[in-house]
Design a protein around this ligand. Structure first.
Ligand code: ADP
Ligand code: MG
Length: 706
């Protein structure tokens, strides 16, 4: 990114920056991974506030954006339970009045604010008790507004609670930038070739970095942000495509040229239903790949129940038709067993040798499997991580299926891949829908197939939203469903920071459920992370066997098995879950023949985002729609699956949710450049070449991800 020859100020340890020192340096290291000057330079504001603009209370008509008001406080009031749960300041500016609300730090605010003094307040309007208000606004006396910051567009920097408590709030970071930027700006060297900058009229890197911290106006800021986002996404795409082309040149795939007896026979005699249009299309896509001589690396996405296993099986049969073996790896023993059973049933009387290998396979059976794999008589192997062990050797492994891939690490996948001299074709299946923009980045070197259609006749899950005060109604509904023979999940959130409180919620919840559903008529199970494994297994077994009607749990992920008879999912404090999580939880029901229900419980106090999430859940069951929305609302770091994807996922400025278009531009440009100059050997691409080398020195090899 920067020229490497001489010692750069940019490489200086952050503790030497005037205003930092060892204590704050340690915080910056630990909280934000800022170690050197250059890391701080790349710590970008997450928002800018136009401090030149004041709103009047009369003109506030949306609760979407931050607003700044100038006015006075008329009176104060302590309200809520026993008159002390919230502090209300009635604030007016001559055009109207609005409530400022505090739920925490009441004593401090009460002592500090005075009626009649002119204040500038800043915050995001929301609705509480059917009135417009600002909750925990920033508030400052108009007379003492900090002139030293001297910026119209005030940059706000990401910080953490710890930093705020130790004199490193956003404003302090801004002050550090005021020291840093003049010190290092002359060292900033351009890293994009001129032809690319001209084509997109991109600002120089130096101008962009200065402007992103100290914008003169919003047009300039937009250009700076565009340049930085473009660059960030461009290099990721350039690297992905570079590695992909390299791999295509270096490796050859097995050619599965024919469809033979196995697939034909299966199609004619064993297939119990019509394939959906989406299944047919995906099988065609895969067939084109595996017949081409290229080694296939394909991601198969499809919601829970869309019929991925069948697609995988039919592809494995093509491998068998061409004289190769196939295997399928699942993340848990239960899932592996489920796959084995359903594939075993599908194959029925066909003359195909298939086995299950997991951690609990007995020694004798294990030895038998190892031998049969080596001599080629065992054609399909299904299992868990046990497949990765070195003793598991195939005669000629041609096709690998990996289910729910985000739970496998990169290194593990690479091991499976290395079981042959030539890499087998790899099909990765996931039920976590991933938006296109994200797929292009995280799985940029995989081809993507999508099953976007469920088999006919499925009853969509009915989702509804209830406030806590309507709990008795929900209980009544549960009773009727249980009387009709159904079972119920009740899930409580578990968030690390407040673990203690969450367990208390769970325990209180469990007790109130047992009171409302007392024995002997009802039996209630409970499963949570703090229980011993065998206690968990026992509770789970009781629920699976129908001995208990209600399962209370922290997250049903911990539960993990299919219970087709469970048709109701109640999610407590649903506003505290992310969209993907809610969708995954909801996917636990709707597996049997009965109409299924998902009930989202919340308190009245909902943030705007929280309310939007709940509304979206009640409106759609489409996993892709939900994941797109999730990406827009939360950013990719939080999307299920990306953290474990094993890819360094640290976008500093671009947002995959918002910047899909820039991503596409960057990807097209990278593609075109590499089509003309696959090795980046031409002089005009020197900058790009050295950047790619630098990236691959310190990052995971993207090209090896299967
Ligand atoms: P996934 O792995 O995508 O969650 P499965 O492969 O387990 O889904 O399929 C879910 C269920 O749907 C299975 O019982 C399967 O036999 C059935 N199924 C698959 N394809 C079809 C189809 N085309 N028509 C009807 N049922 C199907
Ligand atoms: Mg499945």
């Amino acid at each position: 990114m920067f020229s490497k020859e001489k010692v750069l100020i940019l490489d200086t340890d952050i503790k030497f920056l005037p205003g930092v020192g060892p204590k704050k340096a340690e915080l910056l290291n630990k909280e934000l991974s800022i170690f050197r000057y250059r890391d701080l330079l790349y710590h970008f504001p997450y928002k800018y506030v136009d401090r030149s603009k004041f709103y009047t209370i009369a003109e506030i008509d949306s609760t979407e954006t931050y607003i700044q008001l100038r006015g006075k406080i008329n009176r104060f009031e302590l309200a809520g339970e026993k008159h002390k749960s919230r502090f209300v300041a009635h604030f007016s500016d001559g055009t109207g009045s609005i409530e400022l609300l505090w739920f925490k730090g009441i004593k401090w605010v009460k002592e500090r604010l005075k009626p009649g003094v002119e204040y500038i307040v800043f915050g995001k309007p929301s609705i509480f008790n059917r009135k417009m208000n600002l909750v925990h606004p920033e508030i400052e006396e108009a007379a003492s507004i900090d002139k030293s910051l001297n910026a119209n567009l005030e940059a706000h920097y990401p910080t953490t609670e710890k930093m705020k408590n130790n004199f490193l709030p956003s404003k302090a970071i801004f002050r550090l930038m005021q020291v840093l930027v003049p010190l290092v700006q002359d060292e900033i060297v351009e890293n994009l070739p001129a032809y690319l900058r001209n084509k997109f009229k991109l600002m120089s890197l130096k101008d962009a970095l200065v402007a992103v911290h100290f914008p003169d106006n919003s047009q300039q800021l937009e250009k700076a942000r565009f340049r930085l986002k473009y660059e960030e996404l461009f290099f990721i795409q350039l690297n992905i495509i570079f590695q992909k082309k390299l791999r295509q040149v270096q490796t050859h795939g097995f050619v599965f040229e024919k469809v033979g007896e196995y697939l034909n026979q299966f199609y004619k005699n064993n297939l119990p239903f019509e394939l959906t249009g989406a299944q047919k299309r995906v099988i065609r896509e895969i067939r084109a790949d595996i017949g081409s001589g290229k080694q296939m690396n394909r991601l198969l996405q499809g919601d829970v129940g869309s019929g991925k296993t069948l697609v995988a099986l039919m592809c494995m049969l093509i491998a068998l038709d061409n004289g190769y073996q196939a295997c399928l790896m699942a993340p848990t023993e239960i899932l592996a067993k489920q796959h084995f059973d359903s594939i075993y049933n599908f194959l029925d009387d066909m003359d195909i040798q298939i086995a299950l290998l997991t951690g609990s396979t007995k020694k004798k059976q294990r030895d038998f499997i190892h031998a049969a794999l080596l001599d080629g008589s065992l054609q399909i192997l299904i299992g868990t991580h046990a497949l990765l062990e070195d003793v598991v050797q195939f005669k000629n492994l041609g096709f690998v299926v990996i289910d729910e891939q985000h739970r496998f690490g990169v290194a593990q996948r690479a091991r499976l891949w290395k079981k042959n001299e030539n890499p087998p074709h790899v099909l990765v299946m996931t039920a976590t829908p991933i938006p296109r923009t994200l797929a292009m980045t995280v799985y940029g070197d995989l081809e993507v197939s999508v099953i976007d259609e469920l088999p006919p006749g499925r009853k969509p899950i009915k989702t509804s939203h209830y406030y806590d005060s309507k709990r008795l109604e929900v209980f009544g509904f549960m009773r009727r469903q249980i009387a009709a023979g159904r079972q119920v999940y009740i899930v409580y959130p578990l968030i690390k920071e407040s673990e203690k409180m969450d367990y208390k919620d769970l325990e209180d919840g469990y007790e109130s459920i047992v009171q409302a559903f007392p024995p002997p008529n009802y039996q209630v199970s409970i499963v949570h992370g703090k229980m011993k494994q065998d206690a968990k297994d026992l509770e789970m077994k009781r629920f699976v066997e129908g001995q208990t009607q209600i399962m209370v749990a922290t997250t049903v992920i911990e539960v993990g098995v299919d219970v087709p008879n469970a048709s109701i999912m109640v999610i407590e404090s649903a506003e505290r879950f992310g969209l993907s999580q809610l969708h995954q939880l909801r996917g636990r029901v709707g597996r049997g023949a009965e109409q299924s229900y998902c009930i989202l419980m919340t308190s009245y106090k909902l943030s705007i985002e929280g309310r939007r999430r709940i509304e979206l859940m009640t409106q759609t069951t489409d996993g892709f729609e939900i994941s797109e929305a999730d990406l827009k609302m939360r950013g990719p770091g939080d999307i299920e699956g990306t953290q474990q994807s094993g890819i360094p996922f640290d976008l500093k400025i671009a947002s995959l949710g918002q910047d899909g278009q820039i991503l596409q531009l960057a990807r097209d440009a990278a593609d075109a450049i590499l089509n003309h100059d696959p090795d980046l050997a031409k002089p005009i691409n020197t900058l790009l070449n050295s950047r790619i080398k630098e990236m691959n020195r310190k990052e995971v090899d993207w090209g090896q991800i299967s």
